[in-house]
Design a protein around this ligand. Structure first.
Ligand code: RP5
Length: 198
């Protein structure tokens, strides 16, 4: 079955979806790709929908109200501009909602960030960063939530973070940096204004 012919619930890993990923417009799809790839990397079954808080408000309400009873454990909502999608969903579901503020051409995503993160007390949206890290972190956070009740998933997260640490350690080992080429790198001399001996 091609990816296109699949129903939303068929996407991601096998099994009933545990994470609902909702975007405000199909123009958000490319930015969301790293989120979906990361969920798939962890073997987390998810579904994807395009639902707009402003253009299809009834569908947004219906989706949020039914989500928990349908067996979803967590929602990820991505929207840009006046990004009320995550907040609207959070107002109608007891599930944790993670908001991804989509970068915009007009205001760089600050608009999306503020309208996603600045929720009133009692209705939280766990908001991730604008830009590349945000969609990945939304998936990681969803995995961390699911891992509270899934030891196998917790193991995968521990291994993932160990790989991140290894990569940094490797980058540190690979650094070829000769301080004699950068007088400012040696604190004492930089303070003296002196240059190291050749
Ligand atoms: C939001 O408005 C969407 O999430 C999208 O990021 C933004 C622009 O939507 P389009 O005009 O591209 O459909 O609702």
């Amino acid at each position: 079955m091609s990816e296109k012919s699949k129903t939303p619930s068929d996407r991601g890993a096998k099994g009933s979806p545990l994470v609902g990923v909702i975007m405000g417009s199909d123009s958000d799809a490319e930015a969301l790709r790293p989120c979906l790839d990361t969920l798939a990397e962890f073997g987390i079954p998810y579904e994807v929908r395009v639902i707009s808080a402003h253009r299809t408000p009834d569908a947004a309400h219906e989706y949020a109200r039914a989500a928990a009873d349908r067996g979803l454990a967590c929602l990820i909502a991505a929207a840009g501009g006046a990004a009320h999608l995550a907040g609207v969903l959070a107002s109608l579901t007891p599930l944790p909602v993670i908001g991804i503020p989509i970068k915009t051409s007009s205001l760089g995503g600050i608009d999306s960030l503020l309208s996603t993160v600045q929720m009133p007390a009692g209705v939280p949206v766990a908001t991730v960063a604008i830009g590349k890290a945000g969609p990945v972190n939304a998936a990681i956070l969803a995995a961390e939530i699911l891992a509270l009740a899934d030891a196998g998933l917790r193991k995968k997260l521990v291994a993932y973070k160990a790989r991140l640490a290894d990569r940094v350690a490797q980058a540190d080992r690979n650094l070829s940096f000769d301080p004699s080429l950068d007088p400012g790198a040696l604190d004492g001399e930089a303070l003296d204004g002196g240059k190291p001996d050749a």
